[in-house]
Write a protein that binds this ligand. Structure first.
Ligand SMILES: [Ca+2]
Length: 153
């Protein structure tokens, strides 16, 4: 007797899983709208949202909240373009620093970037912290981006 194939139910199940995952995407790109000084210990808030697919980035608090347990990529770049102040920022997860950069104080026109590919659980928050004072962030060159890489467990 020929054994009954399980191929069709498997394919239907796989197709439904893929369809669900295709809708579980998230990405954002946020930038400044003016040159700003930020007090030490503050969150660097980027209120202009060129993209916020999935609404995971909050432009009023500057924080990204992981909507799914997944792997995400984050990047942020800044520039100070006056002598004296520097641009200092740290990428943090739930307040814990994972990357840090600063530009040179006496110079100007220097850029610096933080980036990370992170495995996050649903609800974890990622943002840019300003760990030192005497900062200057240029509007035309300061941006924060992130996107979901994959859902694999
Ligand atoms: Ca400077």
């Amino acid at each position: 007797m020929k054994k009954k194939s399980n191929a069709l139910p498997f394919l239907i199940s796989k197709h439904l899983c893929v369809a669900v995952l295709l809708n579980q995407t998230v990405s954002f790109h946020a930038r400044l709208n003016s040159n700003i000084n930020v007090p030490v210990g503050s969150t660097l808030i980027l209120p202009i949202l060129l993209n916020n697919h999935g609404n995971a980035y909050d432009g009023s608090t500057g924080k990204f909240t992981a909507p799914y347990t997944a792997t995400y990529c984050f990047l942020a770049t800044t520039e100070d373009f006056i002598n004296g102040p520097r641009s200092v920022m740290a990428l943090v997860v739930d307040g814990k620093e994972v990357d840090y950069v600063e530009t040179d104080g006496p110079s100007y026109g220097q850029s610096a970037s933080v980036h990370a590919v992170l495995r996050l659980t649903v609800g974890q928050k990622v943002w840019l912290n300003v760990p030192k004072d005497n900062n200057y962030f240029g509007a035309h060159s300061t941006a924060f981006s992130g996107f979901l890489v994959d859902h694999s467990q």
